[in-house]
Write a protein that binds this ligand. Sequence first.
Ligand SMILES: NC(=O)c1ccc[n+]([C@@H]2O[C@H](COP(=O)([O-])OP(=O)(O)OC[C@H]3O[C@@H](n4cnc5c(N)ncnc54)[C@H](O)[C@@H]3O)[C@@H](O)[C@H]2O)c1
Length: 257
Amino acid sequence: MSGVGLLAGKVVIVTGAASGIGQAAARLFASEGAATCLFDIAEAANEATAASIREAGGAADAFTVNVGEEASIAAAVEAVIARHGTLDGAFNNAGIEMANKLVPDLSAHEWHRLMDINLTGVFLCMKYQAQAMAERGGAIVNNSSGDGIIGQPYAADYVASKHGVIGLTRAAACEARYNKVRVNAVLPGLILTPMVEERLIGNPAFEKQMAPMAERHSIGRYGKPEDVAEAACWLLSDRSAFVNGALLAVDGGYTAR
Ligand SMILES: NC(=O)c1ccc[n+]([C@@H]2O[C@H](COP(=O)([O-])OP(=O)(O)OC[C@H]3O[C@@H](n4cnc5c(N)ncnc54)[C@H](O)[C@@H]3O)[C@@H](O)[C@H]2O)c1
């Protein structure tokens, strides 16, 4: 399968690959010819995802990684280089949902935990990925959110982290002349994944946002993980060679109004 497809011959990391958007991305990237390196903290689900990709004829290896820990990321990127000798792309997608609290009720502990994973985790992944890409260059796609450019009640922790991912993306994109690494972001709307369907729907604070959110997805539906995977795939491919520092909304119109 590695000879054909949009990502043929490329070695690509996907973080948060064991579920939702990351899992759909890993499946798509492998079907487009990439050797996929699946990073996730959920070891069994990650191994199972990699096995199912291999069964479908794709190339996938699972790496148990906590993106909240620098040493874990550094070791995993090193293991990718030991396995493949190179790194061409990365989709930094791992993230957790908001604590669903108003600012006065949000604890510093909750704030720091989310920032460690959703923002510092993306920074640290980029740091080691860009080092690994130094010789040949490459492409990085960060998963922000519509909440990376607009606000939302009960979500200051999440909204701040996703705005931060956009700042990080833009700043790193400005460094492309120094390291030949293109950096872009995808901004998903509400995507029906385990994060949303199993953990957010049913939470009273989140449900208050559902009606106005549904109205803003002017295309008339919520997103599927595959919708976001397609955008990330194109941004990692050579077909987007002149796209750098872009914020690509994949949100059915959510942030258009
Ligand atoms: N679902 C949505 O509506 C939506 C919208 C906008 C942005 N996003 C973003 O998309 C990304 C994926 O979300 P999803 O909806 O697919 O969620 P999900 O919960 O289905 O999947 C997230 C994956 O990340 C992994 N993960 C969590 N913490 C980790 C850590 N510390 N180290 C390594 N892996 C870790 C989980 O094990 C899981 O496999 C997140 O960054 C999320 O903020 C989601």
